[in-house]
Write a protein of this length. Structure first.
Length: 436
């Protein structure tokens, strides 16, 4: 019988070989709710799958990292990196006998060997190695006949997903939570302008589209179809969904018919990579110290892009740049402005020194009005502090100067995004025509 749903597990052991556990549900799957205890670090789905495995005699499985999911020929393929014990059977079937939602469901388990040379690549995670996993399954002579071939061209005749409980939709909805974004190594983007900026940056190599949920009946004009084609050619899996299903992925009042997921860690830059971008002075680098509001971060990234900043540095603990509110606030500039995250201010100090970039802090109590001095002339790292506590003491020791904006009325302070925008454009004003 053709499986209704398959789960492929990459098994990591202390021995040199790598094996895949292919876990096929022969009936409509329903293991989303566990019957027993959810262990530390597990999601509901993890616990439920573990219970099925344990009832089938597979004990000791631990979910180490989710590698993402990809749609193959109408079957759901989910990839997980798990820990597993020795001495497991090669292939068997199991019917769930418990009292939970899985009762009576049938599952087939089979183990497949993988070329040891692939071990180092496979354990790195998702992305390009998903295809390696699928290829390993499809090439193995003992594997049942499945339609694992990935369609490179979008099939408009494919019926849309109509259930909001579809596994791919459920996993995509989880991306509103930080832990699931990093576990799945992807984040969700909606809005034609944001997706258009992503398309423009694909050739740079930092932007990697993974999935594109689309509903043609919600398209208005030519932009959405063009983006659908462009992102599909760039490697995104086009997933046809009904309008009410797409609405569950959208936070807009009116969906524009497209929502895409992108590889998360691919977008982050190293300081060495950013250094190449800051080759020609004068350069502006925006440093954000422990920012907590996603809207502020999104606005500052967008303004940094508009003012020509070379990079944004986030000092941890900082709000997640892939938070949906942050992503929307950037209006696509998240794809265009290099950014890096640091925990150690001393690393930042040494890097700025190597660049010949002065660190200038924004503080109305410490600095004179910005237009009354020349603190922003030349290559500058403009440092903005936390919304409530301002600049941290470790950062203050590396600052060469302060700038501020006068408060002439009754307001005690300015919003950090507003103040940062004014200061970035003041840097632009005093440095125009100074490019080398």
């Amino acid at each position: 019988m053709t499986p209704k749903k398959s789960f492929v597990y990459l098994i990591r052991t202390d021995r040199p070989e790598v094996r895949l556990l292919v876990f096929d549900s022969l009936d409509e799957p329903g293991f989303e709710v566990p019957k027993g205890t959810i262990e530390e670090g597990e999601t509901f789905e993890d616990a439920a799958i573990r219970e099925v495995c344990e009832e089938a005699g597979i004990t000791g499985i631990r979910f180490a990292q989710e590698l993402g999911g990809t749609w193959y020929g109408g079957e759901e393929q989910c990839f997980f990196l798990v820990e597993a014990p020795e001495g497991l059977p090669n292939a068997f079937e199991h019917t769930v006998t418990g009292d939970g939602v899985d009762r009576g469901s049938r599952y087939a388990f089979r183990w497949l060997p993988v070329d040891p040379a692939l071990r180092g690549k496979l354990v790195q995670g998702c992305g390009a190695f998903v295809e390696v996993l699928v290829d390993a399954v499809s090439r193995h002579e003992s594997a049942p006949v499945h339609s694992f071939g990935r369609a490179k061209e979008m099939e408009r005749s494919t019926p849309p997903i109509t259930s909001v409980r579809n596994a791919r939709i459920v996993e995509a909805r989880k991306l509103t939570q930080r832990k699931h974004r990093y576990r799945q190594n992807r984040f969700l983007v909606e809005g034609l302008q944001l997706l258009a900026m992503a398309v423009e940056r694909v050739p740079v190599g930092k932007v990697r589209p993974l999935e594109l949920f689309y509903c043609e009946e919600l398209f208005a004009g030519e932009t959405a179809p063009r983006l659908l084609e462009a992102l599909t050619k760039a490697g995104a899996d086009p997933i046809h969904v009904a309008a009410h299903v797409l609405d569950t992925l959208s936070e807009r009042e009116v969906s524009q018919g497209l929502a895409g997921t992108f590889a998360l860690r691919d977008l982050e830059w190293s300081l060495d990579e950013i250094e190449v971008e800051v080759a020609a002075p004068p350069a502006l680098i925006l440093v954000l110290d422990r920012l907590q509001d996603p809207g502020n971060l999104g606005t500052l990234v967008r303004t940094a892009d508009a003012a020509g900043a070379k990079a944004v540095i986030l000092l941890e603990p900082c709000v997640d740049p892939f938070d949906p509110k942050t992503v929307r606030g950037t209006m696509g500039s998240l794809f265009t402005v290099p950014f890096a995250r640091l925990e150690n201010p001393d690393v930042l100090r040494k890097w700025l020194s190597r660049l010949g970039c002065r660190a200038v802090g924004a503080d109305a109590r410490e600095g004179e009005a910005v237009w009354e001095r020349s603190a922003l002339v030349g290559s500058v790292a403009l440092v903005l502090g936390n919304e409530a506590r301002g600049l941290g003491p470790e950062l203050r020791t590396m600052l060469t100067d302060y700038v501020g904006l006068p408060l002439l009325g009754s307001a005690e302070s300015l919003n950090v995004a507003v103040a940062g925008g004014v200061l970035m454009y003041e840097w632009l004003r005093v440095n125009r025509g100074r490019e080398s």
